[in-house]
Design a binder for this molecule. Structure first.
Ligand code: SF4
Length: 626
């Protein structure tokens, strides 16, 4: 595959309306693969440090994975990148569906936006041509409606759209970027960046085919994948929904704003039984482009106060956010909450957490009905939860206090509420307790995008003992998860692998169930003589440049801290009563990555080995030490 087969990279200045397209040299792809890798390579070079995330100088990128658009199974994903307004750190969020494939089919590898448009616009990409168009008629519209209007006015139901909803327009720092029907690049507040640029949507249509260097090899790999498809039968049937009861009962999911854990603390957990939910609400199966696993679905609630005609199947994180976190066991209210988040374009993890935070403030008399606009925000009060969600997505009344996440909300409310604000540097963590899986705690507090639950694969590969890839470098030994010296290097390998598969466009779910020959797929598509050590090195390069982005911003490792409530000994789960030393874990991980444990800056030796010296300069650790 030549560099031109990768397609064009667009650079659009929204202030002037200028559009430039370039073909990157093949070495960019060899070194940074695609997706997040290409995103961080471009942003590090083109963006100055310390820019205002909602200002002219932030760059917002939509970058397809290296394999996106090819017949490689489960590779539909593209990455949205920018400096995060939520955390002030490197920001990225990835999503599946059909949009990434369409971008490749239209002849594009990536689109980067800088500047701020004087009026709302959308970008129309039509088989190799690019045009900014007026979006005044779309401003204020929900995400599904935006997609429908664009398909209609462009006269083609095959047009794929990624857009923001009203939450992004009102610059909620929890806003997501949404594509197709309910696929969310939810984290890092990147919908607010899109809103700040007055970019409502990108609509794309392409009729091209993405070439593969060795079609015969690719067909053989795909055939073998399809022969083993039964391995994915549970993922196919349930998606991540399967985890809900297990995670509640084992003490992995937070209950009452992480104040409680375990089955006894949430006695009605059986209502979240995955078979019951699928049987009762699922009306059809859905998939992402070209993915034979088909793990997605559509839910319907036929009648009652929370009736929803069609909504994407609710997944684990959303059930955890609006369920146990808010002490709510009313299933249908949770499904509706997920639907509202999709329509308005807001992240379910952060939004459920900020409502749980407000419920705890209400319980403790820090706020009352006067502050909540008359809403009785008690634990488990489903209608109150939805009423407050409505206010958040419209940034209305007390909703405006909560619309930027728990950190800002606690600063606005004050009166000691900070102790219930569950975030890592502004971002609310996913619902997998750091103390049940200390590797998750590492990810929450050490990944350059803080609070993320998907930035590594250690828990899957160690605790769940799944063989994730057919390569010796990725056979993880059974390990004592409290052996910090052993866990740090394993997490380093896991996070490097994660960056690699992310940059390829692989879906994390698919890569966590069965051994996926990811490096072989890269060879088959590109024609490179590519091995897993090459993949891990590329992943380490990407992870190190993400880290350098943060240290260049002046951020220090201590700026990334787990909330006290999920750092102290747990009351349930496999390490109940044990104090986990997350500082020792962090040091062990940093050493394995060859990052300075004091400053977080990658060592000069690491930068040289990864070929980053020219890009990021010599060791600057002393410049950022505090
Ligand atoms: S496994 Fe599911 S989420 Fe992942 S690509 Fe396939 S259909 Fe999409």
């Amino acid at each position: 595959m030549s560099a031109s087969d990768r397609g064009k990279v667009l650079f659009i200045d929204l202030t002037s309306g200028s559009i430039e397209d370039v073909i990157l040299e093949e070495r960019f792809y060899c070194d940074f693969i695609g997706g997040v890798g290409l995103g961080v390579r471009i942003l590090y070079e083109r963006m100055k440090p310390n820019v205002d995330p909602l200002g002219h100088d932030n760059i917002l990128g939509f970058v397809t994975g290296l394999l996106t658009g090819t017949p490689v199974p489960a590779t539909p994903r593209y990455m949205v990148v920018a400096k995060s307004p939520l955390t002030g750190t490197w920001g990225d969020a990835n999503t599946g569906g059909y949009f990434g494939h369409e971008l490749r089919a239209a002849g594009y590898s990536a689109v980067f936006f800088s500047g701020i448009s004087p009026k709302p616009v959308y970008l129309w990409l039509n088989d190799g041509s690019a045009e900014l168009r007026d979006a005044a008629h779309l401003w204020g519209k929900e995400t599904y409606e935006t997609g429908e209007i664009l398909c209609q006015e462009l006269g083609d139901q095959g047009v794929r759209v990624t857009c923001i909803g009203p939450a992004g327009e009102s610059l909620s720092l929890l806003a997501s970027v949404m594509n197709d029907v309910g696929d969310a690049a939810g984290r890092s507040g990147l919908g607010a960046v899109m809103g700040s640029k007055r970019l409502k949507a990108i609509a794309v249509r392409g009729k091209g085919k993405v070439p593969a260097a060795d079609r015969q090899c690719l067909n053989a790999l795909r055939k073998s994948f399809l022969e083993g498809i039964d391995t994915y039968s549970r993922l196919k049937k349930y998606g991540t929904l399967e985890e809900t009861v297990e995670d509640i009962t084992l003490g992995i999911a937070g209950i009452k704003n992480w104040g409680l854990l375990g089955a006894e603390a949430f006695p009605n957990y059986a209502k979240f039984d995955c078979d019951e939910l699928i049987n009762k609400y699922e009306i059809e199966k859905r998939t992402c482009w070209g993915c034979p696993i088909v793990c997605k679905g559509t839910f319907r609630i036929e009648k009652g106060p929370y009736a929803v005609d069609k909504t994407p199947k609710t997944e684990y994180e959303t059930f955890a956010a609006f369920g146990p976190m808010c002490f709510n066991d009313d299933i249908e209210s949770i499904i509706q909450a997920g639907d509202i988040c999709n329509r308005y374009g807001i992240d379910t993890i952060s939004t459920g957490t900020v409502i749980a935070f407000a419920m705890e403030c209400y319980e403790n008399g820090i706020i009352g009905k006067k502050e909540t606009d008359g809403i009785e925000l008690t634990w488990g009060n489903a209608s109150a939860m939805l009423a407050m969600l409505g206010k958040i997505v419209r940034r209305e009344g007390f909703g405006a206090v909560l619309a930027d996440g728990t950190k800002r909300a606690s600063e606005r409310i004050g009166r000691g509420s900070e102790k219930w604000a569950m975030h890592v540097r502004g971002q609310e963590p996913g619902f997998q307790d750091a103390r049940f899986w200390p590797g998750r705690g590492l990810i929450y507090s050490c990944d350059p995008t803080p609070g993320r639950h998907t930035a590594g694969i250690l828990p899957v590969a160690t605790t769940r003992r799944r063989n994730i890839a057919p390569y010796p470098e990725l056979q993880f030994p059974k390990v004592d998860l409290l052996d910090y010296q052993a866990v740090g290097p394993l997490h380093a390998t896991g996070s490097n692998y994660y960056q690699f598969i992310n940059a390829c466009g692989f879906c994390l779910f698919a890569c966590g169930y069965a051994p996926m020959p990811t490096a072989d797929y890269v060879s088959a598509v590109t024609g490179w003589d590519f091995t897993m050590p090459d993949g891990l090195k590329a992943g380490r390069r990407i992870q190190t440049l993400r880290q350098a982005f943060n240290t260049r911003e002046g951020l220090h490792p201590d700026d990334f801290r787990l909330p006290e409530r999920i750092s102290k000994p747990s009351m349930a789960g496999q390490f109940a009563g044990k104090q986990i030393d997350f500082g020792a874990l962090r040091d062990s991980f940093y050493k394995a990555m060859d990052w300075d444990t004091e400053s977080g800056w990658p060592s000069e030796a690491a930068l040289r080995e990864l070929g980053l010296t020219e890009l990021v300069g010599p060791d600057r650790s002393k410049a950022v030490k505090k």
